[in-house]
Write a protein that binds this ligand. Structure first.
Ligand code: ZN
Length: 162
């Protein structure tokens, strides 16, 4: 499946959407995995911020990433900490390291793999994932957000031996 794949929203429809800022707009609206890069020192950082965490400069470019990554950490949430999540548990939260930006960590959910309990076990540290997107209209602005999410990916199986 391509990086352009669109999935249904993973969390409930009334779950809050991110507040869009100048710094995070590209990440949440580009429709492909897009990361913030400092114009001064070229450090790529996430989450996007007003200031470079490496050199404190405040001007940035936004660079497209491959959308391929690896699960760095995973939690399966069984207790609904908010009433809006009561019908959603158990759900997963993952931290993904993009293959082409190994210093970056991105929090999200693996979609499409936890409707059957046995499949939750497939969401494990080291599993390859691929970025997909959930399109959601922002009720405040009417803008379409493209929320980056993750799908388990089998590319290691298909990768040719080099
Ligand atoms: Zn910098």
């Amino acid at each position: 499946m391509s990086q352009d794949a669109v999935t249904p929203r993973y969390l409930p429809a009334d779950w809050p959407l991110p507040e869009i800022t100048a710094a995070n707009r590209a990440f949440f609206t580009a429709g492909r995995l897009t990361l913030q890069r400092c114009r001064s020192c070229a450090q790529v950082q996430h989450p996007p911020h007003d200031i470079c965490h490496h050199c404190q400069a405040d001007t940035f470019d936004y660079v497209a990433a491959s959308g391929l990554g690896t699960i760095d950490n995973v939690t399966i949430v069984h207790h609904a900490g908010d009433p809006r999540l009561a019908d959603r548990v158990p759900y997963n939260v993952v931290i993904v390291t993009p293959d082409d930006h190994p210093d970056v960590r991105i929090v999200g959910n693996v979609v499409g793999a936890d409707t059957v309990p046995v499949e939750i076990g497939a969401i494990e540290i080291g599993a390859p994932v691929r970025c997909v997107f959930t399109e959601v209209p922002d009720p405040d602005t009417g803008e379409t957000l493209t929320l980056p999410q993750w799908e388990l990916d089998q590319r290691d199986v298909a990768r040719p031996v080099s």
